[in-house]
Design a protein around this ligand. Sequence first.
Ligand code: C5P
Length: 235
Amino acid sequence: MKDRIITALDVDNIVEAKALVDKLAEAVFFKVGLQAFLGFGNELITHLKSKNKKLFLDLKFKDIPNTVYGAVKSSLKYTPEFLTIHLSGGAAMIKQAVAAAADVPGLSILGVTVLTSLSAADLKDIGVALAPEDAVLKLCELGLNNGLNSFVCSPLEIAPIKKRFGRDVVLVTPGIRPEWAAKGDQQRVFTPKMAVEAGSDYLVIGRPITRSESPHDAFIKILDEISCPVRTGRR
Ligand code: C5P
């Protein structure tokens, strides 16, 4: 269960980022996004690797196919376990990302569906007439048809995706808030337990852990919540 919780290291300095990794001794998987990568990526990733942590490099590539092929190739030196591309980059771009990562053991390319920050109205503004759930399903289908089977989506879309495409599709979900944590800017949230029960394979959790008074205790509390369904009396 431990490696199903991915802690998002969205902080603005290397001292804080390293301190978090050190405090989270039990955590296995960390997400390095644009803020940390552009600020101090090399040093942070070296630190993570020295502690045998898994790396989710969340740079969400979207560009012409040739450029994304090159970006994925360049990312390989960081030996990430997960790497993200935007599915809206289209079939040829997805194929090139997959080709660049072919034969790299232990690496999964994740397709980002629709950002959880986008509402139906926002989608309309960028020319997408579909409802968010339908847009997500369409993008997953595009990913599956072009060599992907792992996707980033909101917890709300876990059930529809698994229903349509089967249990083998791997889903990684942000938008997770334990009952005891502040929602922050996340609107449509699931608790860790709800997300796992809905079929999420990996939970991406940032502030409820990193901004907690004790990141270690917060992590353990979440781990406990997803590891011990019996305690709720539902099973
Ligand atoms: O702090 P919080 O738990 O909200 O962090 C969630 C993480 O997941 C952030 O790194 C955010 O960029 C990322 N994310 C998200 N929604 C998406 C895709 C990624 O919140 N649709």
